[in-house]
Design a protein around this ligand. Structure first.
Ligand SMILES: NC(=O)c1ccc[n+]([C@@H]2O[C@H](COP(=O)([O-])OP(=O)(O)OC[C@H]3O[C@@H](n4cnc5c(N)ncnc54)[C@H](OP(=O)(O)O)[C@@H]3O)[C@@H](O)[C@H]2O)c1
Length: 324
């Protein structure tokens, strides 16, 4: 049976597709209006508008019975979800069309795929620290509100679901370019160029290593049926590094691992930069459950950086060696 990954042209989606393709699975991936990415393995790409549903049934029909759907598609830029962007953002972030297609799939094939739905830490209010999955949800921006609505829609409509809440997702560059800038590569690039750069010192997150999140998706699919139906938070998992970090903490860690001058990291207040939407102050998360229940290790930020950049250094070295 195949696995379907929505948002397969996005940052996370590309890593999820690559994971299942490497496992030897038949994988379907959707892309919207971005560039169609290329993958190795038994991967089939479909252009789908998840807001209107255009192309979705053709994608389901072509793939046949599905083992799982990993829903990575979203309007994931908080500022783009405000004002005129709200309706379009809600239409994709709340996966109404996807859920309808899943119900049609169940009727047609008599089987219900696992739905691993990607949410966000922006569902939390940001006035506390180390939020647990059972905390009350009070998002401060439209992005967070659409994601809360999405979680409710998934939980109400699809029994075999697991919801994963990542924080800022970071990792190596994806196989194909994405539309949105890459968080870690931006930080590293500024410091490598010796540009003094201001990073927020008063917003805290538990940044999510993309490889941990891919592992969490795979574990969610494997272990979905072991999870209790109630309380609802039993099927929700925060996914992020064990430590609570500001952007300054993250930039200083990048400087340490990459050998950049830490004096280039300038602390600044988040309020000093207009970002066109309210942003929560401290949405750091408690990530004990994903480790103890799903059995997925959450890599400390600096350990993840060493993995990411050591691999990159080894690849650079290999390429240089080939050129010589
Ligand atoms: N990035 C983060 O730091 C972060 C943090 C917390 C949570 N998350 C969540 O993690 C998930 C993955 O994020 P990401 O950073 O990988 O996102 P991303 O790189 O911005 O990719 C978004 C994906 O969604 C697709 N998409 C958007 N609107 C669509 C539509 N109407 N129809 C079809 N496809 C559509 C895009 O396709 P095209 O580009 O081809 O149109 C793209 O493949 C999202 O649910 C996001 O909310 C992300």
């Amino acid at each position: 049976m195949a696995v379907l990954v929505t948002g397969a042209s996005g940052y996370l989606g590309q890593f999820v597709v690559a994971h299942y393709a490497q496992e030897g699975c038949k994988v379907g991936g959707t892309y919207g209006t971005g560039v169609k990415p290329e993958f190795e393995g038994d991967v089939h790409m479909f252009q789908v508008d998840l807001a209107s549903g255009d192309g979705l049934q053709q994608c389901f029909d072509a793939l046949g019975p599905l083992q799982a759907v990993i829903n990575c598609a979203a309007q994931a830029a908080p500022a783009a979800c405000e004002g005129d962007g709200e309706a379009a953002a809600r239409a994709v972030n709340v996966p109404t069309q996807l859920l309808a297609a899943l119900h049609r799939h169940e009727q047609q094939h008599g089987s219900a795929p696992v739905l691993a739905h990607i949410s966000t830490d922006h569902v939390y209010q940001g006035t506390s620290s180390f939020y647990k999955e059972s905390a009350e949800l009070h998002p401060v921006n439209t992005y967070g509100r659409t994601k809360v609505e999405a979680e409710a829609a998934v939980a109400a409509s699809w029994r075999r679901h697991v919801i994963l809440r990542p924080s800022i997702i970071f990792g190596p560059p994806p196989p194909s370019p994405t539309r949105r800038g890459l968080f870690l590569q931006f930080m590293d690039g500024c410091l490598a160029d010796r540009k003094p750069t201001t990073f927020f010192s008063d917003e805290w997150r538990t940044p999510t290593y993309v490889r941990d999140l891919v592992e969490a998706c795979a574990a969610a699919v494997r272990r979905c049926d072991e999870l209790p139906a109630a309380p609802p938070a039993a099927r929700i998992f925060n996914v992020g590094s064990p430590a609570r970090m500001s952007r300054v903490d993250m930039a200083l860690a990048v400087a340490r691992v990459r050998g950049h001058d830490p004096a280039l990291v300038l602390p600044g207040a988040a309020a000093s930069v207009p970002r066109n939407c309210a942003t929560p102050s401290d949405i750091s998360m408690d990530t004990e459950a994903v480790q103890s229940v799903l059995g997925v290790h959450m890599t400390p930020f600096e350990d993840a950086l060493r993995q990411i950049f050591d691999v990159a250094a080894a690849e650079d070295g290999a390429e240089e060696g080939q050129q010589v």
